[in-house]
Write a protein that binds this ligand. Structure first.
Ligand SMILES: [Zn+2]
Length: 269
């Protein structure tokens, strides 16, 4: 008999936010323009034998440079869940945009899990175009190159398993090698969709977010995500403020800061 698949706890940490307009968030704009806020998250997978951090957020310096509202350091926030950046063994980077990789220096011991096409994209020919490089910071990309030279990057090419109960899936679209993460929890497999959809509404209406490398892959990614999730309540978008409302706080004092994604949503959306 094979071993049962491990069951993980799963958390979202909200560390920054930004006011925006609906037209900013959909390719082709939006006929009903109005305010539409965007939140910034990192995610924590907690298991009996293994903890994994998914994306590490940006630094306070980057928040000033890019005019984002910084709520808290995402890496210090790991301590709310009993983890630390210094001791984290496994860090998944869904892609190399500044808001997903920016705090990498605070994870000195981690093995990085990244799609090979994302490394190629972030270091390749397209990065001379501002429309494609604006969400990357070259120093952060160079740091990932350094980690690779130090043997600290595990590359995936397509779908792969990080560990039993944690799988990685290449989507592309928003970035050349964007991946999403599937985690086995007590309520089934949950898909951390990352930036395959910034908002539920990107998927629900089939309209990708405006930062996009390949629109065809971005639209197809909605189906890739849906295929890996048992229901729409098992899909977690990358930047949607609704996530903080739909899921219960990890502790009463963490409302609006850390929610538990492995608990059922509090209401239908
Ligand atoms: Zn992104």
């Amino acid at each position: 008999m094979s071993e049962p698949t491990p069951v993980y706890e799963l958390y979202a940490i909200r560390y920054a936010t930004r006011e925006g307009r609906r037209a900013d968030n959909f390719v082709g704009g939006d006929p009903h323009d109005g305010p539409m806020r965007m939140d910034y998250f990192c995610w924590v997978i907690k298991g009996e034998h293994r903890n994994v951090v998914v994306d590490c957020g940006f630094t306070p310096e980057m928040a000033i440079k890019r005019k984002r509202d910084y709520l808290r350091c995402p890496v210090e926030s790991l301590e709310l869940l009993g983890l630390s950046g210094a001791t984290t063994q496994d860090l998944v980077l869904t892609h190399l945009h500044y808001d997903h990789v920016g705090s990498i220096m605070k994870f000195p011991a981690a093995q990085i899990h990244l799609q090979e096409p994302e490394m190629h994209f972030a270091t390749g020919r397209y990065m001379r175009h501002p429309v494609l490089n604006h969400a990357f910071e070259v120093d952060e990309v160079v740091e990932v190159v350094r980690r690779n030279y130090a043997g600290r990057v595990t590359f995936y090419r397509g779908d792969g398993a990080l560990a039993p109960g944690i799988s990685l899936h290449l989507a592309g679209g928003h970035s050349g090698g964007l991946q999403f993460v599937r985690v086995h929890t007590k309520r089934g497999w949950i898909v951390l969709a990352s930036d395959t959809m910034h908002f539920f509404e990107n998927m629900d209406t089939g309209r990708p977010f405006t930062t996009v490398f390949n629109i065809g892959d971005a639209v197809e990614a909605f189906d890739l995500v849906r295929r890996q999730a048992p229901s729409r309540d098992h899909i977690i978008p990358g930047h949607d403020p609704l996530v903080m409302e739909l899921y219960p706080p990890a502790r009463p004092d963490l409302a609006g800061i850390v929610v538990r994604l492995d608990e059922a949503p509090l209401r239908a959306r």
